[in-house]
Write a protein that binds this ligand. Structure first.
Ligand code: SAH
Ligand code: SF4
Ligand code: F3S
Length: 450
């Protein structure tokens, strides 16, 4: 990115985020930062002078998508000034200066720990200067971000970043760096700002969110459960969630919180990846099938109705039919209420990429289909079991038909209800029917009146 044709300083922007919720959070913070810098948000990339692609590097397909997106932006801008293009997120961190070499239309490359510098990088690019920042500075970017702005009833709040676990298939420890916890006070302040801005539900985020640790204002050490208990007392906050967690950091205190913190929702995303101890060892997961099941038992003992979710990888190098059957077994044993499942995708620089016995793509396809069919079946069963139950729904948006609203149950299912309740209100409804992806509810008061 040396001497180059500079593009005019942008007046409008569009941020497109891919990958995990942490990227969604970062995308929202970048938007706030650009707005504070005087730019306006455009409805789509086609109308923006600056397009930020906030990328994911987790699987090969996700990383390759960036280049096809850049190509599409360039193509669609023919006949008008080509927008300034910034690549942010995990591909930016992993590939750095390689990106503008491969895609010369890219003006800015900014890593996940450096995006507080985005306005300065935009100015650099407009002046024709090199605009690349993939530093992981000692001073956290959070210190220099603007205040949270008005938003909907649900909000993300990143409390922990990075990963020290080094699972043998995964790029996250390289793209996001070491595990770091944000300080207690900064988190509590941001939670209050989010509530003031309209949030009723906050999801605490981290690549290993349950590894969060920090000192409260009195200097007492806490884990994530302590933080959850502190947020539980904030006026106006109705619901707390957290993700993603690692089995090794599932402490007794956090499990206990699921039993007695009323605002902590009965949903736990706890990836297990495989049901085979041999594969878990090769993945460097440092938990076993049995140690995972023991955690689930303890969580269920304090919160029997909890919805369990997870991530699975099929076709990890060396995975045999028996290993795959063990994965199906653990899904049946845990009775996951939902889960994400992926075909193993080799990532350059990770140990698994060069392991022997890479699994044939057709076999991976077949295993993925079987696993997803089982998960769907269990999801349907979990949803169906709620029919007849009264529960609280947090209204999030309007439904397709007039008078319809869509909200979320405590177990994170979408629920369609007929109500005049405003977005952000909690209503009590009885679940009257359940499909694979959503439930239908009837307001409790309507039933009394009928
Ligand atoms: N920190 C979380 C999740 C991180 S990434 C955890 O420890 O579980 C989200 C999911 O992507 C992972 O749980 C894993 O299932 C999947 N994943 C990561 N790397 C992958 C790869 N190389 N191929 C396929 N799936 C992968
Ligand atoms: Fe990746 Fe494993 Fe870290 Fe999760 S725990 S982010 S899968 S290395
Ligand atoms: Fe993807 Fe980076 Fe998240 S690789 S899943 S965007 S941490």
């Amino acid at each position: 990115m040396g001497a180059r044709m500079s593009k005019p300083a942008p007046k409008s922007f569009h941020v497109k985020s891919f990958g995990c919720q942490m990227n969604v959070y970062d995308g929202a913070r970048m938007a706030e930062l650009l707005e504070a810098d005087g730019l306006t948000m455009a409805a789509s990339a086609d109308e923006a002078d600056l397009v930020v692609l906030n990328t994911c590097h987790i699987r090969e397909k996700a990383a390759e998508k960036v280049y096809s997106d850049i190509g599409r932006i360039v193509k669609q801008s023919r006949g008008r000034q080509q927008p300034m293009i910034a690549v942010a997120g995990c591909v930016a961190q992993a590939e750095g200066g390689e990106i503008p070499r491969r895609a010369p239309a890219v003006d800015i490359v900014v890593g996940p720990q450096a995006y507080h510098n985005l306005p300065a990088l935009v100015a650099d690019a407009a002046a024709g200067r090199k605009a690349l920042d993939t530093d992981m500075p000692a001073i956290s970017k959070f210190e220099s971000l603007p205040k949270r702005r008005k938003q909907g009833p649900t909000a993300f709040l990143t409390v922990q970043e990075g990963c020290d676990k080094f699972c043998t298939y995964c790029v996250v420890p390289y793209t996001r760096g070491a595990e770091v916890s944000r300080p207690w006070g900064a988190i509590v302040d941001e939670a209050k700002a989010l509530i003031d801005a309209g949030a009723r539900e906050i999801t605490l985020l981290g690549q290993n969110v349950n590894a969060w640790a920090g000192d409260d204002d009195a200097g007492r050490r806490h884990g994530l459960d302590g933080l959850i208990r502190a947020l539980d007392g904030l006026p106006g906050l109705a619901r707390i969630r957290y993700m993603t967690s690692h089995p090794n950091d599932m402490t007794e205190g956090l499990i206990a919180a699921h039993g007695d913190v009323e605002t902590l929702m009965p949903f736990l995303h706890l990836p297990v990846q495989s049901g085979s101890d041999r594969i878990l060892k090769a993945m460097n997961r440092s938990h076993t099938r049995d140690s995972y099941l023991a955690i689930i038992d303890r969580v269920r003992a304090v919160r029997p109705d909890i919805a369990l979710s997870g991530d699975f990888i099929v076709g990890f190098p060396g995975e045999t039919d028996a290993d795959f059957e063990a994965t199906l077994d653990i899904v049946r044993a845990v009775k996951h209420a939902q889960a994400f499942s992926f075909k193993y995708s080799p990532r350059a620089g990770t140990p698994a990429a060069t392991m022997a016995d890479q699994v044939a793509p057709e076999l991976m396809d077949e295993r993925l289909q079987r696993l997803q069919a089982l998960i769907n079946e269990q999801q349907q069963a979990f949803n169906a079991a709620l029919v007849g139950r009264r529960t609280e729904i947090l209204i999030e948006r309007n439904g397709k038909k007039a008078g319809q609203r869509i909200g979320k149950s405590p177990w994170l299912q979408s629920v369609v209800v007929e109500t005049a309740a405003a977005i952000g209100e909690l209503v009590t409804a009885e679940i009257v029917s359940a499909g694979p992806n959503s439930l239908n509810g009837v307001l409790a008061e309507q039933q009394v009146a009928a």
